[in-house]
Design a protein around this ligand. Sequence first.
Ligand SMILES: Nc1ncnc2c1ncn2[C@@H]1O[C@H](COP(=O)(O)OP(=O)(O)O)[C@@H](O)[C@H]1O
Ligand SMILES: [Mg+2]
Length: 231
Amino acid sequence: MLKLENVTKTFGKIVALKDINFNIGDSEFVFITGASGAGKTTLLRLMLRELLPDSGKIELDKEDITKLPSKQIPRLRQKIGVVFQDFKVLGERTIKENVEVALAVIGLPKNDWEARVEHVLKLVGLTDRADLFPAQLSGGELQRVSLARALVVNPKIILADEPTGNLDWETADKLMDLFEKINSEGKSIIMATHNKLIIDKMNKRVIELKEGGVFSDSESKVKTKSEKGKK
Ligand SMILES: Nc1ncnc2c1ncn2[C@@H]1O[C@H](COP(=O)(O)OP(=O)(O)O)[C@@H](O)[C@H]1O
Ligand SMILES: [Mg+2]
């Protein structure tokens, strides 16, 4: 589904990513880890076409997104929902309105909004918070709002950049249950995190970056485990 081939990205003299190669399959759950500055965020931004690599290919469903004309970037972004460490919710809008914003962006007719918003708010367990404002919610709840907003356009992939960075362990752990559920319903999850506790607990594929290169990729090990899991 997503294939990176010899991807290199520099910022002036800084080599943020160096000759990156990997493949991520449909419905996979993958952690991208590594120390601060290792290149995790840059990698996610390349997948979103927020950045272009200096060289290399990034194929999503066999289409090289680095060659995509800018007119087609909105179409790419509909396939990818994004969740950030700092939630990025709009303080002056209700929870429901925050989720609706994503539907407005893709130009979905208003008649179709209610059912979609209800569905995702239920999925993340926030139905009874729909008419509250962000200041009235906890950090864990706000992260679930941002997950609902990412999901409401029905993307194929969820990219999450340090989504537990502002959460305590217990809240982070619960959020992971939710990501797990979403993944089991068929969405691919690509999550950048340096939270080792979470990575160890989740037992998913882990791609570790070090100084902009792929230091390790647990793909083969995890494949065996998930095959066992499927019985
Ligand atoms: N827009 C930018 N301009 C200049 N340097 C950048 C920019 N974005 C990232 N970098 C540099 O690229 C490297 C990787 O950064 P980043 O992808 O944010 O790492 P991580 O998310 O793993 O902490 C760092 O050295 C960082 O300073
Ligand atoms: Mg980062």
